[in-house]
Design a protein around this ligand. Structure first.
Ligand code: NI
Length: 403
């Protein structure tokens, strides 16, 4: 085994009790997106006492910590973890359960923050072996898909050559990780459609323009058109999640509002979606005499993992844990993740950290009130991240990164 890997593993193992304590502290004090004040102060304290240069209040409640390697010539490797929790009432019954009513770390961002801190603590002790600077980004507000933009606007990606990220995954057992080449998550856009008809008596529909009937035609047309006019090898998912309109049982509705989410993987497909949707809405509405408005708001883009950096994560994890513990994920997710915002500024790769209990039949999914993690995964995450960061500057990788 590489001697540096042995050193990193030893350091991480020694830190394990402290890291579990840190994770439980963060878990029992969850904070919602954009309100991560206590978490940020805690993170800043741990980073400072580990010898990092710390900047607080980055993009509101974000924290940046920097470790200088032996030279600055190697550029900056960013390691991003997110810190926010969800508006969910925890029902795990754990002794370190959330102490905040209605708020829970149900997406594992407490684990991500801990992995980020653990990686910083380990790398701070081997800093003379690093070929460049490591910048830790502790990001707020991932769940509302805004924190990454806040951080980037405040300089988080300035001079960064590459960025690594991690997200827990309950369907992969603890002790293993998943890597994915190419698309990891989808672009997630918001859709609002208004159908404007004309009100009238429910008994005389021919004298009115029924916005409810036309809205239902629009929903049906959109769903059918996906299967007939979108390339089936380039997935598009359009879900209308809210529909509202109408006043009374015997009054024809003059307005209906449809709210939905649109997911896609390919940038070109995504670019065409606003026009594609508007055409369908326009044609249905024109056919039946209604007017319409379509508001298509672009959310976060798809996470597209860089090939070389994914290879770096895969080889670091395979050396650390053997190839049996590294899954190359065959499929992307149509979920969204604002890690993609960093990828507009530098290549990057995010891996999935297995947190499933191997001895349980059910591992509850992310965002579930009983979601739990096998905490042994924290060390898997820290070692994988720290060793990948070290390897980033090793000669066999350097050529590819163009730094
Ligand atoms: Ni998450």
């Amino acid at each position: 085994m590489d001697s540096m890997l042995t050193r990193i593993k030893d350091l991480a193992t020694k830190l394990a009790p402290r890291l579990i304590e840190i994770r439980r502290h963060i878990h029992s004090h969850p904070e919602l997106s954009g309100q991560e004040y206590q978490t940020a102060a805690f993170v800043a304290g741990v980073l400072s006492s580990s010898g990092l240069h710390v900047r607080e209040g980055v993009g509101k409640t974000g924290v940046m910590g920097e470790l200088l390697g032996v030279t600055e010539d190697g550029g900056i490797l960013a390691i991003r973890t997110d810190m926010d929790a969800l508006p969910i009432q925890e029902r795990t019954g754990l002794e370190y359960t959330s102490r905040t009513e209605g708020v829970m770390h149900a997406c594992g961002h407490d684990v991500h923050t801990t992995v980020g801190l653990g990686t910083a603590m380990v790398l701070a002790q081997v800093v003379e072996e690093l070929g460049g600077k490591v910048r830790f980004l502790f990001q707020p507000a991932e769940e509302i898909a805004q924190g990454a933009s806040w951080m980037v606007k405040d300089g988080a990606m300035d001079n960064v050559s590459a960025v690594l990220g991690v997200h827990v995954f309950p369907s992969i057992p603890a002790g293993s990780i998943g890597v994915r080449y190419g698309a990891l998550t989808a672009a997630a856009d918001d859709l609002e459609i208004k159908i404007i008809g004309e009100s009238g008596h429910g008994a005389r529909p021919h004298e009115a323009v029924d916005a409810i009937w036309i809205a239902s035609q629009v929903v049906t047309a959109l769903q059918q058109a996906i299967s007939r006019t979108q390339n089936p090898l380039r997935p598009v998912v359009l879900s209308i999640g809210k529909i509202s309109g109408g006043r009374a049982p015997n009054v024809i509705a003059d307005q209906v509002q449809l709210l939905g989410t649109v997911r896609s993987l390919h940038p070109e497909t995504r670019a065409n979606l606003p026009n594609w949707i508007e055409n369908i809405v326009a044609n249905v509405c024109h056919s039946f005499g209604a007017r319409y408005q379509v508001n298509y708001r672009q959310g976060v883009p798809s996470v597209q993992n860089d090939y070389t950096l994914t290879q770096l994560l895969q080889s670091a994890a395979e050396e650390a844990w053997s190839s049996d513990h590294v899954q190359v994920l065959p499929e992307p997710s149509l979920g969204a993740e604002d890690f993609s915002v960093y990828l507009d500024h530098a290549p990057g790769s995010m891996f999935r950290l297995g947190v499933g209990y191997t001895d349980r039949i059910i591992n509850h999914p992310l965002h579930h009130p009983e979601f739990e993690v096998d905490e042994s995964a924290i060390i898997t995450g820290v070692v994988t991240m720290a060793y990948a960061a070290y390897k980033y500057w090793q000669p066999e990788n350097r050529v590819d990164f163009n730094i």
